[in-house]
Design a binder for this molecule. Structure first.
Ligand code: MOS
Length: 744
């Protein structure tokens, strides 16, 4: 084993009064009592309501729009189509140089074009004095089209997949050695194909926007995962300064990646408000979300593994094909965990994409890893069985000391400990390896494991901290609270760092008038904001020491006492800058440090997923009966909210494993189950008690030792279930979801 060099040390006390405590969320009361206002709940006396008209063809041109019936309905104020819509700027091309351009969801300039690019694209927006009138009128707008041939069949396009280049932040492929030859020569091998369907986020709060113009100033209430991107995107589209766009996003009813980009509903609400000259609310229907907000790509994957009789991997091949829309989409890191998880001598990973006439795909909780881990972890389990090895033992034999592809250091890697603790707590030793060997009456019982893995990211975060003579502290930062407990966690970090009580800290967030925060995405918000809080509190503490020295006050006094005795009302620290130049500078400095860091370290949260399933011997019904996840997310800022996030990820993974599937008509590309009745998310009765354990040791390279917790929880879940189903039944299901028809 190679001895890792000493890592930079971030001291984190293991026991403090505030850091890590399972405090209740500060926004919990207003949310559970209904007092919290979401984007569709802001009242205006002259509020108008908007509804979208969606294209019913997949590709073509609009030849005519008949709006007469719609305009004749009482209360209808306007029907906006490409024939009468004011001009907007085309959306900016997404570029890493100016990160806010990544808000662009599609290249379509809605209602400024007669072209249709996907089945469901908005082709008109109706504005009326009531929601009912707007929706009724939208149904009466008749659109005629000249259709063009469209490419919509994902499976049929697989042979046309194009290999992804290594140009962006997410690498397309890589490897070491000769994996094909090693696979051929291996003592034991598997060569398997997996498929996963399209998924949709289904946040509890459908996308909603309330927009109001005052002259050239725009106020927008919009549940967003990136307020600053939303503000800059709207400023660009409507040709105003970003400082004239005020985005308010205090509460977000879930996002899961579906609220990172700016989708057509937001833009068209703002357009409608401009056209009718009064505030407009556009609340998407559930169907509207499916038609206009991208989902998770489907995938076709190959995992081929070769090993010696000693149980050491010699070959690991993981390739994926995913989908892009012709108007946009994301290249998900489906094979990325295969670069980091197993110490094979020969590795080959490659991602490819097909392009369809469909809405852009987008990030959805652990984009890539959540579906990639299903294939990898199921294949690992299959090979362990071929080798007659316990699946945990097989993983531990191939647990690397350094990053397998390039020998980089792991900043931390708690997988051995996670599996050891988990196996004990889950009573893995009670498992008899033979498939079908464990029963409970009519139920076939199976136990499975899989590894969770999610890279750790950080983005720039601007904020101000103000400490007052009355002992209170105010943190101001436009970060996002979409239900994960951010405001509480950052209050805890601030209180801990300044040594003041949690109750003394007030947090303002979710508003573009505040210093721009990072997006809530990539599991990066906590580490990103924590880093800036630590910078700000370090400055405040230095200033307090100076003040104390000058005023002849003991520096051991509380901050409030020092300020009072020194005759000062408050002290402020500003971290980062909100000017465009300042932000660009911050971005460049940040990326330089980030990339330097990444040249040395692989940083990630990881974990071990343990599950038990029961499969009805006659009907094939699968019930998940027990769950334990042991995670290494570095320092835990709040034990309750961290566990909730991990639990939520597992629930979503159970959905992907057993029920969730966006059904796309292969001939038209039209989503046919665009509703919660036919898209099956898990309900309470589907979810057992979920035990969560966090190792809790800090990551020495991350601010306060914090990795991310939002996404790692879903990773490995579908793999663990597939493995448990095999253990229960002897059947390997390699296409998600594992519905009962596949087990009969
Ligand atoms: Mo996450 S899919 O980056 O919200």
């Amino acid at each position: 084993m190679t001895q890792a060099p000493a890592l930079p040390h971030t001291p984190v006390p293991t026991r403090t009064r505030v850091l890590g405590e399972p405090l209740n969320r500060v926004d919990g009361h207003v949310k559970t009592t209904g007092a919290a206002r979401f984007s569709a709940e802001y009242p205006f006396p002259d509020l108008a309501h908007a509804a979208l008209v969606h294209a019913t063809v997949t590709r073509g041109r609009i030849t005519a729009v008949d709006t007469e019936d719609a305009l004749g309905l009482p209360g209808v104020l306007a029907v906006i189509t490409h024939e009468n819509a004011p001009e907007m700027k085309a959306p900016p091309r997404p570029s890493l140089v100016n990160m806010s351009t990544l808000a662009t969801s599609t290249t379509v300039n809605y209602l400024n074009t007669d072209e249709v690019h996907w089945n469901g694209q908005p082709v008109a927006v109706v504005v009326a004095t009531s929601l009912e009138a707007a929706r009724d009128a939208a149904r009466r707008v008749r659109v005629s089209y000249a259709q063009l041939p469209a490419t919509t069949n994902f499976e049929r396009e697989l042979p046309n997949a194009v290999a992804q280049k290594n140009s962006g932040l997410i690498p397309g492929g890589g490897g070491k050695g000769d994996a094909d030859a090693a696979l051929e020569a291996a003592d034991v091998s598997v060569d398997l194909h997996f498929t996963t369907p399209m998924h949709h986020h289904n946040a509890l709060e459908p996308h909603a926007t309330t927009a109001a113009w005052t002259g050239d100033r725009l106020t927008v209430y919009d549940g967003a995962q990136n307020i600053d991107w939303t503000r800059r995107h709207l400023a660009h589209k409507f040709g105003v300064s970003h400082t004239d766009v005020h985005v308010i996003s205090t509460f977000v009813g879930g996002g899961f990646g579906g609220k990172i980009n700016v989708w057509p509903g937001t833009i068209l609400a703002v357009l409608a408000a401009r056209v009718v000259g009064r505030p407009v609310r556009l609340m998407l229907t559930r169907e509207g979300v499916y038609r206009t907000v991208g989902g998770r790509t489907p995938s076709a994957q190959r995992v081929a593994l070769g090993a010696g009789h000693d149980g050491r991997l010699t070959a690991l091949i993981h390739t994926s094909v995913t989908q892009l829309g012709r108007v946009g989409g994301v290249e998900e890191q489906v094979v990325s965990q295969s670069r980091h998880l197993y110490d094979a001598e020969n590795i080959l990973v490659q991602q490819s994409q097909v392009t369809l006439d469909a809405l852009s795909t987008t990030s959805m909780r652990a984009p890539g890893e959540s579906i990639g881990s299903f294939a990898l972890e199921a294949a690992v389990d299959e090979l362990a069985y071929r080798l007659d090895l316990d699946p945990i033992e097989f993983r531990m034999r191939n647990e690397p000391d350094r990053n397998p592809l390039d020998g980089k250091l792991f900043a931390r890697r708690g997988l051995r400990e996670a599996y050891a603790r988990g196996a004990k707590r889950f009573r893995w030793q009670d498992r008899t390896p033979e498939p079908g060997s464990m029963r409970d009456g009519r139920w076939l019982v199976g136990m499975g494991v899989a590894t969770a893995y999610h890279p750790s990211w950080q983005f720039p975060a601007n904020l101000t901290l103000r400490i007052s003579a009355d002992g209170t502290v105010l943190l101001r930062c436009a970060f996002h609270e979409m239900g994960m407990g951010s405001a509480t966690a950052f209050g805890q970090v601030t209180a801990y760092s300044l040594g003041v009580p949690f109750a003394a800290v007030r947090v303002e967030y979710g508003d573009s008038d505040l210093p721009a925060g990072p997006g809530a995405g990539g599991s990066a918000q906590t580490a990103s904001v924590t880093s800036s809080i630590l910078e700000g509190t370090a400055r405040l503490k230095r200033d307090l020491r100076r003040l104390a020295r000058r005023a002849g006050v003991s520096p051991a006094e509380s901050p409030g006492a020092i300020l009072t005795l020194a005759g000062r009302d408050h002290l402020t620290a500003t971290v980062g800058s909100d000017t465009r130049l300042g932000q660009l500078g911050g971005q460049v400095r940040f990326m330089t440090k980030f990339l330097r860091d990444r040249r040395r370290y692989v940083k990630a949260a990881c974990g071990a997923q343990f599950c038990e399933v029961r499969v009805d011997q006659d009907t094939g019904e699968v019930r998940v009966s027990r769950w334990l996840g042991v995670f290494d997310i570095g320092t835990v800022v709040n034990a309750k909210t961290a566990a909730s996030q991990l639990r939520g990820g597992i629930v979503m993974g159970i959905g992907a494993a057993l029920g969730e599937e966006t059904l796309v008509d292969r001939d038209t590309g039209r989503i046919v189950n665009a509703n919660l009745a036919e898209y099956h998310v898990p309900v309470h009765a589907d979810i057992p008690r979920i035990d969560i354990e966090c190792l809790g040791d800090p990551d020495p390279t991350m601010p306060l030792g914090v990795l991310g917790a939002g996404e790692v929880g879903i990773v490995g879940v579908a793999g663990a279930i597939a493995n448990a189903v095999h253990h229960a039944t002897g059947r390997r299901v390699r296409d998600l979801p594992i519905t009962l028809d596949k087990l009969l």
